[in-house]
Ligand binder design. Structure first.
Ligand code: MG
Length: 310
C-alpha cells in the first residue's frame, strides 16, 4: 500500500505559507509549515519526514535552493519531491534551481490551477517511486530468503558466510561448518504427503533457529538440506552443540494437522581453525558434505566430522 503523502511548506511570508497550506489541505494533503530554512531542515531530519516539499526561494536560515542541496545529500531510498516557489522566474534561476535538486518550480504569485497540476504531478511521481521501492524490497527478499522456511537461501547464505569467514579470521575465532540433511525425507513425503513434508521443513527451520544463537548462520541450501555455521572454542564443544541439536530434532514432535511425525537428521561437519588460511566456501562445503555422506553410511541420525576426529 502507498502511504499517505505529507507535504512541507516552507515560506517566510506567513500569508503565502497559510494560503498554500489551506490549498493543500483542500486537495486532501496533510501539511506541515515552516517559516524559515532552518525550521524546514529540522522537519526533514525527523524520522518519516514529509515527501512533497514546497520551498520558497528566499528565506532566512537557508534558501529554498540551499535546502534542496542539503536534502539531496540525505541518503534515502525514497527521496522527496521538491517544488521551488519563486518570483525569480528568469531562465537562469529556473535552471539553477533544477540543477540543485529541485524537481519542479512554480512562479509566484500562484495560479492555483497550475499549482494544483504541479502538486498532482509530484504526488504521482511519489506514488510511483513508493511502488518501485516496495517492489525492490520484495524482490530483494525473494532473492535472499527461502519462501518455505523463511531462512536464507543457498546463494545469500554463501555470500554471508564469505563475510563471516573474514570476520572470524580477524577475531581469531574457530568455526564449525555443518551440512545437515533430514533422514529418509522421501519416506515422510510418501507416507504423509508433500504438505506434511513442507510442515516438517518449516518446523525444522524454526527448531534449528531456536537451537542456535542469533549471530550464528543458518540457511536452507536445498530440498531437505540445511547449512549451519557457528563460532566455537574447541572441536569438543562443537560436538556437544551438534549432539544437542541432533537430540532436539529426534525428540521433537513435528505436527501436520492431526498427524504427529518424527524425524531425525544426519550431520556432516568440518572444523575451521582460527588463523588457518581461509579457502573458498565451496571447499568447506565439500568437506562437510563428504562427512555428511559418511553419517548416512553409518546409519543416519549422527554427527561426523570431516577429519574423523569423532
Ligand atoms: Mg521569501
Amino acid at each position: 500500500m502507498v502511504p499517505a503523502i505529507t507535504a512541507l511548506v516552507a515560506d517566510d511570508d506567513k500569508a503565502t505559507a497559510k494560503l498554500v497550506e489551506v490549498l493543500l489541505n483542500k486537495w486532501g494533503i496533510q501539511t506541515v509549515v515552516a517559516h524559515d530554512g532552518l525550521e524546514a531542515l529540522e522537519v526533514m531530519m525527523q524520522p518519516a519526514p514529509p515527501s512533497l516539499l514546497l520551498f520558497d526561494w528566499e528565506m532566512p536560515g537557508y534558501s529554498g535552493i540551499e535546502l534542496c542541496e542539503k536534502i539531496r545529500q540525505i541518503d534515502t531510498t525514497n527521496p522527496p519531491y521538491i517544488i521551488i516557489c519563486t518570483a525569480r522566474d528568469a531562465t537562469e534561476y529556473i535552471v539553477h534551481g533544477l540543477n540543485q535538486g529541485a524537481n519542479d518550480y512554480v512562479s509566484k504569485p500562484f495560479n492555483t490551477q497550475v499549482l494544483k497540476a504541479r502538486v498532482e504531478v509530484g504526488m504521482r511521481t511519489l506514488e510511483l517511486q513508493s511502488r518501485l521501492v516496495d517492489a525492490m524490497v520484495r524482490l530483494d527478499h525473494l532473492a535472499s530468503f527461502d519462501e518455505l522456511t523463511g531462512l536464507l537461501n543457498r546463494r545469500a547464505l554463501f555470500e554471508r558466510i564469505h563475510e563471516d569467514f573474514s570476520r572470524a579470521h580477524r577475531a581469531k575465532d574457530n568455526l564449525c561448518f555443518v551440512v545437515c540433511d533430514i533422514d529418509w525425507f522421501k519416506r515422510i513425503n510418501d507416507k504423509y504427503g508433500h504438505p506434511a513434508g513442507d510442515a516438517v521443513l518449516r518446523q525444522l527451520g524454526d527448531l534449528l533457529t531456536q537451537q542456535l544463537r542469533p549471530y550464528d548462520r543458518l540457511g536452507r541450501i536445498g530440498g531437505e538440506e540445511f547449512l549451519l555455521l557457528f563460532s566455537v572454542t574447541t572441536i569438543d564443544s562443537a560436538v556437544k552443540v551438534l549432539d544437542r541439536i541432533k537430540l532436539a530434532i529426534e525428540k521433537h514432535d513435528f505436527v501436520y494437522e492431526d498427524t504427529h511425525i518424527t524425524a531425525t537428521m544426519s550431520f556432516g561437519a568440518t572444523f575451521i581453525e582460527a588463523g588457518e588460511q581461509i579457502a573458498r566456501v565451496e571447499s568447506y562445503f565439500k568437506r562437510a558434505d563428504e562427512a555428511l555422506y559418511r553419517s548416512k553410511e553409518l546409519g543416519r541420525n549422527c554427527v561426523t566430522f570431516s577429519d574423523n576426529l569423532v
